[in-house]
Design a protein around this ligand. Structure first.
Ligand code: FRU
Length: 499
């Protein structure tokens, strides 16, 4: 990495601020979900709280809005919500083991030295590399011992695709009783996605232990886990361990998933598995903050056409910070970080609304493209119900958040989201089964082109929408098959979060 990247923090911030001013006037660019100041962003990387400050690194191509030449972008925050841009942390070094990209990885505290482990990419090879930082996490020095793991374990048939690319990446490291453990995402040819386990005493000399978990590419139940697993992470949560993976197959990034189980001394016994979010979310990473909270950020992929992306100033956003808990059955629970409430503006509080079957109830005065909506609904015996957002006055543009109590299906209908729709609008379905008269509790975060929904704290769903009309700002409620009772609906306008 060259010093150029950090020699002028103020100059960098000025440029970033000018770029962000352009993004603020882009009606599709999210305002309180983090994006790069310009150009491409994908996975969150190296999430860490350091001396009380939160650091978010991210996969970043600073040159174009498309996926190429990966660097690590960097931002910091004192509250998880308001972010300050910092200079790029890591860039490829020509003729080195990361000449073709700095792929995903993690940050750890090595006895007071901030240390990054990342995937260096050179040609078809992906290797584990290390860099150490100063106390501000601004200036990073790559290890002269790089790559610290030059190759995948020789006795495994690691998935290699047609171009000769070997799929072995995204180191994630933790310390246990003085030993460093690392997992790396991979796949075994004709077998399935794989997480490989290593150990070390100094983060530089690594011993391969065994596969921590190997998937079965022929298994379809409870869901298909693809042929390769990206961005694995293992962490303790509420008395169990959770293994995060991002399911990949033949260049397609499918969805993030998790496996809950028991972990001890390098052995993991799976007990429960689930999809985190089948929508635009991918490659999440978590960290534990000083309050002991396990916080997740993921990448929200675009769903615009490649032509629209090529001419855009930006591409990709982070999810909100989601706090994870584990329920008794091993499934994850998600709640937005309470700090998000600091972004709330104008508030509307509505109670006891009855929405009759086949009717749509416009919510007069509830308008906007940056909103938080929180509602509790008695779904009664309705077949379908939900909420319309980003509706134009004539209804020609609208997006429907739909729930079907009978099947437990929750999805976002984007058929009419945009009159100039260019991308694929096939909905991603998720399941939310209400038990024993449980009420439906939806929290919806709308941020221009981003929608993130959490249903009853246990189902996450995100999609992207790109309305073309400036007056597509209305909201309404609807029901079909029978009436519903909206017990409470709170709506807040949400302000921008990037400083
Ligand atoms: C996941 C991923 C990682 C890789 C990075 C490259 O989205 O493909 O496996 O490290 O993105 O940008």
């Amino acid at each position: 990495m060259t010093d150029l990247l950090v020699s002028d923090v103020d100059g960098f911030r000025k440029e970033a601020e000018a770029a962000r001013a352009r993004l603020r006037s882009d009606p599709q660019c999210p305002q309180y979900h983090f994006t790069a100041p310009s150009n491409w962003l994908n996975d969150p990387n190296g999430l860490i709280q350091w001396n009380g400050t939160y650091h978010l690194f991210y996969q970043h191509n600073p040159f174009t809005p498309l996926s190429a030449t990966k660097h690590w972008g960097h931002a910091m925050s004192t509250d998880l919500v308001h972010w300050t841009d910092l200079p790029i942390a890591l860039a490829p070094t020509p003729d080195s083991c990361d000449a073709d990209g700095i792929y995903s990885g993690c940050a750890v505290d090595d006895n007071g030295t901030p240390t990054i482990l990342y995937s260096g990419v050179r040609g078809p090879l992906q290797m584990v590399c290390l860099a150490t930082g100063d106390d501000q996490l601004l200036r990073w020095t790559k290890s002269s011992e790089n790559p610290v793991v030059p190759d995948f374990p020789p006795d495994l048939e690691i998935l290699t695709t047609d171009e000769g690319k070997v799929h072995y990446r995204d180191p994630s490291v933790w310390r246990e009783n003085g030993t460093w453990w690392m997992i790396v995402g991979s796949g075994i040819s004709d077998v399935g996605g794989t997480v490989l386990l290593y150990r070390s005493l100094d983060l530089r000399s690594w011993e391969y232990v065994r596969p921590l978990l190997v998937g079965d590419m022929n298994q379809r139940d409870p869901f298909w886990t693809g042929t390769m697993w990206e961005c694995p992470q293992l962490f303790a949560l509420d008395g169990k361990h959770v293994l995060l993976i991002s399911v990949w197959h033949e260049r397609r990034t499918l969805f993030p998933a998790y496996i809950t189980g028991t972990y001890k001394d390098g052995h993991f016994l799976p007990e429960y598995s689930g999809i985190i979010d089948p929508g635009s979310h991918y490659a999440p990473q978590t960290f534990r903050d000083a309050q002991g909270r396990r916080i997740l950020f993921g990448w929200l992929r675009e769903q615009r056409s490649s032509e629209a992306l090529a001419s855009s100033d930006w591409n990709g956003a982070m999810t909100l910070p989601w706090i994870l808990r584990l329920s008794e059955d091993g499934s994850l629970r998600y709640s937005p970080a309470p700090e998000l409430a600091t972004l709330r503006g104008e508030h509307q509080h509505l109670t006891d609304l009855t929405v009759n079957s086949a009717e749509s109830m416009p919510l007069l005065g509830v308008n906007g493209d940056c909103l938080e909506l929180q509602t509790t609904i008695d779904t009664g015996t309705a077949d379908t119900l939900g909420m319309v957002i980003r509706r134009s006055p004539d209804g020609s543009e609208q997006t429907r958040i739909v729930y079907e109590p009978g099947s437990g299906k929750l999805y976002i209908d984007r058929e009419r989201s945009s009159l100039k729709q260019q991308g694929d609008v096939t909905p991603h379905h998720t399941k939310l089964e209400l038990v024993n008269g449980e009420l439906l509790r939806l929290r919806v975060f709308l941020d221009r082109s981003v929608i993130e929904v959490v249903g009853n704290d246990r189902t996450l769903l995100s999609e992207r929408i790109y309305p073309s009309r400036t007056d597509s700002l209305g909201t309404s409620l609807f029901a079909a098959g029978n009436s519903i009772k909206v017990e409470v609906l709170d709506v807040w306008e949400i302000g921008p979060s990037i400083t």
